[in-house]
Design a binder for this molecule. Sequence first.
Ligand SMILES: Cc1cc2nc3c(=O)[nH]c(=O)nc-3n(C[C@H](O)[C@H](O)[C@H](O)COP(=O)(O)OP(=O)(O)OC[C@H]3O[C@@H](n4cnc5c(N)ncnc54)[C@H](O)[C@@H]3O)c2cc1C
Length: 438
Amino acid sequence: MSVSGGAVAGSRVVIVGGGVIGVCCAYFLAKRGAHVLLLDRERIAAGASSGNAGVIAPGHLPLVKPGGLWSLLKTVVRPSSPLYVAPRLDFELWKWLLMLARRFHEQTAEAAMRALAPLARESLRLYGELVAGEGIECGFRASGYYEVWRGSSGAREAEQQVAFARRHGFSAEVLEPAEMLRRAPRLRGGLTCAVHHRDAATLDPYAFVTGLAERAGAARAKFQVAKVTELLLAGDRVRGVRTEQGDEIGADAVVVAAGAWSADLLRPLGFSLPLQPAKGYHSDLVDERSPHPFIPEALLLAERLVFVTPMGDRVRLAGTLEFSGLDLRIREGRWRQLARAAAEYCQGVEGTRSISRWCGLRPCLPDGLPAIGPVAEIAGLYLATGHAMAGMTLGPVTGRLIADWCLAGSRPSQPPALDPARFGRKAEDQYFGTEGST
Ligand SMILES: Cc1cc2nc3c(=O)[nH]c(=O)nc-3n(C[C@H](O)[C@H](O)[C@H](O)COP(=O)(O)OP(=O)(O)OC[C@H]3O[C@@H](n4cnc5c(N)ncnc54)[C@H](O)[C@@H]3O)c2cc1C
């Protein structure tokens, strides 16, 4: 049944996790003839994939780009900072931040973007194909989004963002404040600069993920609510999973796509994945005087790292980064920051009502890149996690890559920078002790 540790069409593939990544894997595998069983401990889109900002933003990978997480660390003491690090003794978190610090510099950001840009571009193309081809109603709009600044460094940062995006082949242009206000009249005066990121799209993430899961079901993928507690091995090959109920489910291949919880499943195998959950919040606002979103353009409020995305009759505010472990409690003050940020940039927020309060955990690896591909030491085991702020953006291309790996049994053309082996049993120290491996 197996080819070079992979599986072939007709073989049994178990996917752990029903977020955008797991569902995209299920879709592409089922379409190519694999017998797919996707297990989620709650339901489809129970994690970060349901309530995110819904922006497919190939040129915006903020964990590593200039002005990204590293610069945010400098603002952490300010109450208005988008970043919050819970004050507690968490050795793993501080080690992770140190890993990030050691690897963070301009060349790393460029190298990471070189690895991701072609994949992100392909993913945007796949979205267009999937939404139209499968008839998924998710409000997909390929009109880009606007990044707007109010601070004195706006013009300089806007130039940097445009240069960064263009170097990697994305279309972006600087707009003067007057032109931006003409295009988005709900913005307040006092902008210092804006950028139109044209190669981007927006959608309702929950509608997309559940819609694609339905299409995967039509291609005979099966879904079951079950928490996976153990990955089962026979020697150096995976043979299935055990669930919380004690059931053993056999498989020729297993894909771990459990978002921020993925590391827990791998640890007992001696595979230490330095994954940190970065919590983000959303608040959905409606203006009861109008059936339309009160802000019709998708915006990124640059200094507050808050996305403003029109979704049906609502406007979703989504953002903030909170490092407080695998903890899904909503901190009221952090959540309220979203509306404060929106009111600082946009008119009309005061007259609206929030109809949804949500938080989710982004799965983040310290080099800002996901881990996609086989686990070298264990035949038949694949990872698809660590997508951080770009899981929606990279979902479809990740699903297709995993299907290539699992079913072709050969290496698809994929940047080695995403290879999970960089965090393998032996690799961690040497990887983080050196630079430039991306
Ligand atoms: C506020 C916010 C805004 C964001 N905005 C964007 C954006 O605009 N664009 C973008 O590209 N990305 C965005 N992201 C990031 C994106 O949401 C994530 O990268 C993506 O959702 C991760 O998907 P996933 O499938 O890996 O994880 P998840 O969606 O978290 O799914 C993991 C699933 O695994 C299940 N699971 C966990 N453990 C087990 C187990 N043991 N057994 C069975 N099931 C298990 C969980 O129930 C869950 O359903 C945002 C994130 C946040 C928080």
